[in-house]
Design a protein around this ligand. Structure first.
Ligand code: C5P
Length: 206
């Protein structure tokens, strides 16, 4: 069973994907980390994030085993990831790796922006997780506060709006629900209720 979880930044899709993977004992890939890693390496090497060829070369050589989540989670890395993710060559370079992950062990949970539309259009379960931008910004702000790295709330909200616009506005694999995705709006849901709703949707397909 392949479970595709898509949605905008800070919608709660990562937490949901992790919980579903644990519940069904399936491998989990947070595909945002791939784009974050490409951005990170490009910045470390002093390359321009706008350079499609140079960033695609990094994407081609990316080793999933070497993804260091702690280094990729920072606020500026989300922004860098969304810039490199708009290059079709970068997306193409990361395609096979994601498809192999989805199919190699007889199932998986993947979360991102284009799992249900591009990476695994045949996924048995597709959930598009969303929430109002103000709520997503509040959640992200709380998370950053816990880490002692919080800019003002208004800045977090502006970041989220900017990233939404870039991810939904790009021509290659824009952020949008697959036609057969279940839309799960978590604006008024806590983590447990969102998980319960996702479980219900998933169990219907088993
Ligand atoms: O999910 P996360 O916030 O870690 O993703 C960072 C960025 O990577 C997103 O804003 C998006 O531009 C890009 N991304 C993507 N396709 C995916 C996953 C992430 O374009 N499947």
């Amino acid at each position: 069973m392949i479970i595709a979880i898509d949605g905008p930044a800070a919608s709660g899709k990562g937490t949901l994907a992790k919980r579903l993977a644990e519940h069904f004992a399936l491998p989990h890939l947070d595909t945002g980390l791939l784009y974050r890693a490409v951005g990170r390496v490009a910045l470390d090497r002093g390359l321009e994030l706008d350079d499609a060829d140079a960033t695609a070369e990094i994407a081609e050589l990316l080793d999933v085993a070497e993804l260091d989540e702690a280094r990729l989670r920072g606020r500026e890395m989300g922004e860098a990831a969304s810039i490199v993710a708009a290059h079709p060559k970068v997306r193409k370079a990361l395609l096979d790796l994601q498809r192999r992950f989805a199919h190699q062990r007889g199932g998986a949970v993947l979360d991102g922006r284009d799992i249900g539309t591009v990476i695994a259009p045949g996924a048995e379960v597709k959930i598009f997780v969303t929430a109002a931008p103000e709520i997503r910004a509040r959640r992200r702000h709380l998370e950053l506060e816990k880490r002692g790295d919080a800019p003002p709330y208004e800045e977090v909200l502006a970041d989220i709006r900017k990233r939404d616009a870039r991810d939904a506005g790009r021509t290659d694999a824009p952020l949008k629900p697959a036609p057969d995705a279940h839309v799960l709006d978590t604006t008024a849901l806590d983590v447990e209720s969102a998980f319960a709703a996702a479980l219900l949707l998933t169990n219907r397909h088993k």
